[in-house]
Ligand binder design. Sequence first.
Ligand code: GLN
Length: 497
Amino acid sequence: MDNQRLTIQQIQKKLIDKKLSAEELFKETLDKIKEKEHKIRAFISLTEEEVLTKGRALDRKLQKGASLGNLEGALYSVKDNIMVKNLKCTCASEMLKNFIAPYDGESVAEVNNAGGISLGKTNMDEFAMGSTTEHSAFKVTRNPRDYRRLAGGSSGGSAAAVAAGFGQFSLGTDTGGSIRQPAALSGVLGIKPTYGLVSRMGLVSFAPSMDQIGILANNAWDMARVLETIQGPASSKDYTLVRRKPVAYHRRLESIVEDQESKKEKLLKGITIGIPGEFFEIPLEKDVEKALNQGMERLKDHGAILISLSIPHFHYSLSAYHVLTMVEAVSNLARFDGVAYGNRASKYESIIDVVEKSRGQGFGDEVKRRLILGNYILSKEKVSLARAKRVQELLKRDFQKAFQQADLLFTPTTHVTAFKPGKRSNSPVDMQLLDQLTVPASLAGLPAVSVPCGNPENLPVGGQLIGNYFDEPVLLRGALGIETLSETMDPEQIKVR
Ligand code: GLN
C-alpha cells in the first residue's frame, strides 16, 4: 500500500516499529508534489525546504524512544486565508498578495504543537467567495482524479492536495460549503465542525457568523485525530468559541470499533438516520443518485435505521445564505482600504481616492459583485435582510424537529460531479447552485461532513451527514460507516470516462 494512503495511526506505528523513517516518508510526499503539483496547482506557497530537516529530527527523536505527539509523522497544508506566522496569507487576492501573517492561527498552532508539519498554503477562491477556485487571483486548481476537471472550492487547493496524497490532511474553511463541496468533488472527506467548536482566531473573515475552520482528510480516523487536536483551545481569543471539555474523538471511534469486533455489534447499531425529502427534490446527476443509494445501503449494512423526514424551509436556504453573507462581507472587507491593510494604489489624490483606487485594483470581480450587492441590501433592501434572518430561525427549528426523530441526516453534498473550467464561471447563479445542499447546515451552525460515497470507478460523489450541535462523535461514526466504500478511491485507480 502506498504510504501516503496510511492513516496517521498506521504511520506512527510504522515509524515506531522502524519499518519506515520519517525522512523516507516525507521524501516520498515531496517527490509526489514535484511530479504532480505543476498539473494540479494546489498550492499558493510551498514551504517544503524545512520538511526533510524536520523529518530527520523526528527520526532522531524516535531513535531515543521518545513518545509521539498526536500528529507527529503527519504532513499537512493550510488554506491561504488562515494565518501561518511569517508566511504570506493572500486569501488568493491581489489585495493581500504581499501580506505576511504576524502570528499563527490558533488551530495552526494546535496542529504544530501536536507535531504536524506544514507543507504550505493552498489555493482558494478570493476571500473564500466561490466554488471552483476560478475566482482565485493566481491560479485554478485541477482535480487530481481527472486533471481536465476542477477540484471544487473555495477550499479547492486543500481538497486537491489531500486527494493527490500531498500530506495527510489540510485545514480549510467552510462558510456555506467550502470544505464539504470540494471534498465531494475531489473524493476526500471534509468536515465543517459545529460553529464555535474550533477557534476562528487567525482566519481572515468572510462572513464570521458562519465561517468555520475544518478538516479535509483521506479517512475518518485522521479526521477524528485532527479534530481532537484543533478543538478549542481553552486559551482562545475567539469570543464566539464555545468553552467545553475537550472530547477524545479518535479514542471514541476506537472504542466503538473494538466493541463492534468483540461483540460482533454493528458500527451504527442504534443510530437513526433521517433522509430529508427536500434535499432529494433537487435534480441529481445519475452518478450522484446511484452513489447516494449505495451510501444508504452501506449505512443500513452497518445497522443504521433509515427514516424519511422533512426540512420544510430547505428551499429558502440558498437565498438567505447569500443575503446574510454578502451583508457580513461588507463590514468584514471594509478594513482592506489601502490604509490599514492591503494593496495601496501607487498614485492617488485624496483619502477617498486612495481607498477607491486601492479597493478597485485589489479586489476581483466576484468580491466586488458581493460587496456591491451587500451594500445595496444594507441601504435599500433591509427587508430582505430581515427575511433572511427569519429563514435562518425557521431552518434551525426544522433541524431541531428533525433531530427529535433522527441522530443524523443523510443527503447528497452536491448535485453534480466534478466539471471542467468555464462551465459555470460565467453564471453566478449556476455557481451558487453548487452550494444549495451545503448551506442549510451552515445557516443552522450544525456540524456536517462530506464522505466519498461509492462510484469508485468514476468521478467521486460525496454524501453529506449532518449532526446535531456538538454531536461530532456520532457524525464521525457515520463517516466511518460510509467511508469503507471509498477504499479503492486511489487517483491512479479511477477510470474516468
Ligand atoms: N461557495 C459558497 C460561496 O461562494 C461557499 C463559500 C464558502 O463556504 N466559503 O459563498
